[in-house]
Ligand binder design. Sequence first.
Ligand code: SF4
Length: 438
Amino acid sequence: MQTYYIVTMGCQMNENDSEKIAGMLEMEGYTKAANIENTDILVINTCSIRENANNRFFGNLGSFKTIKKEKPDMILAVCGCMMQQEEIVDIIRNKYRYVDIIFGTHNLYKFPQLLNERINGKKPVYEIIKDTSVIHEEIPIKHEYNHKAYVSITFGCDNFCTYCIVPYTRGREKSRTSENILNEVKSLANKGCKEIMLLGQNVNSYGKGLNEDIDFSKLLRRLNEIDGIQRIRFMTSHPKDLSDKMIDAIEECDKVCKNIHLPLQSGSNSILKAMNRKYTKEHYLSLIDKLRDKIPDITISTDIIVGFPSETEEDFMHTLDVVEKVKYDSAFTFIYSPRNGTIAAKMPYEISESTLKDRFDRLIKLQHGIMADLSEKYVGTVQEVLTDGFSKTDKNMLCGRTRSNKLVNFLGNSREGDIVNVLINNATPFHLKGEMLK
Ligand code: SF4
């Protein structure tokens, strides 16, 4: 039996793409290899969101040469966002000639065909196509878990934030029809799936360009009706498109988890303008007020970039001010790194390393303090937890997530996919600990 192994870098969209690659390979008769050393096909699904992702990829690619030397018949395929950048493909063609197949995000559906071309021919197969308006619904998906699944609802992005490469690598925004999404979720529910995570670069603008009367709030309401599904999550929400209708839908749909990821990026209006984010600090804070007025127990997470070009101490203080006011349940914090091909990469840069480090440390200290206080409030409460299996950090404990998306390690005897009640008896800023109630 021929085997495959997929290395996935980057975000949930990439993880979902890897599930499609696995689905196509299994359809062709391949099975998942136990480890990278024993695979017949090795697929590297790349991410280009940060410069260090590029460096990591080329570092890894160098190390795969050893595996390829020991197993010359193994097929090495590279795909994903980085492959939509011509200069990257040129480097691979010239310096990493042992790569057998290169394909991009827009021709993922053709992987089995490209693989057969490589197996039946002698030459490496490189095929990258530019953006297309077609969505390939026919691709089979091998979901990683039975009890929870990613469901992509849009592809690409039209927002062109000045620091971001995604609109160039994933193309213009396209929405799947509601019928296709509903059918996929019904089929998942029939197979025992309890939680879905709806994915899109900006789920709030779902429906744009479709020939039907639909938007994200209507989609949530329809998904909420599907028997078997017990939790609906979604990401990412762009603040500029978060409507009152959507906030109402989150509140009113009982299966929609009261949890939102709302990237702030910066609290300074001049930096938000330079980022082309199309909202202000005041608007962002008004959205938080609306969310909390309607849904008092909602949990909120965010993304923040420190040290965007021209960020002053005053700009940074605005970011700290928002963090202080919102009190995020979690935050992904990044030091700005320029991405080749973006507008921001051409902006003059004068922030010193020491200033960057100082700002980043202050932000982390503030955010971790907030998370510690918020986590502490869970101690003594009973939380509904969807069991994911054994904890990665403590094999004697199970782990899962609350509806509010808090990670919980707990003692008990539930199985993957069970929804159980857990008494929380300990908290750190990053996770909770507890004991399952009988
Ligand atoms: S909304 Fe902005 S940050 Fe998000 S994917 Fe689109 S361009 Fe990138």
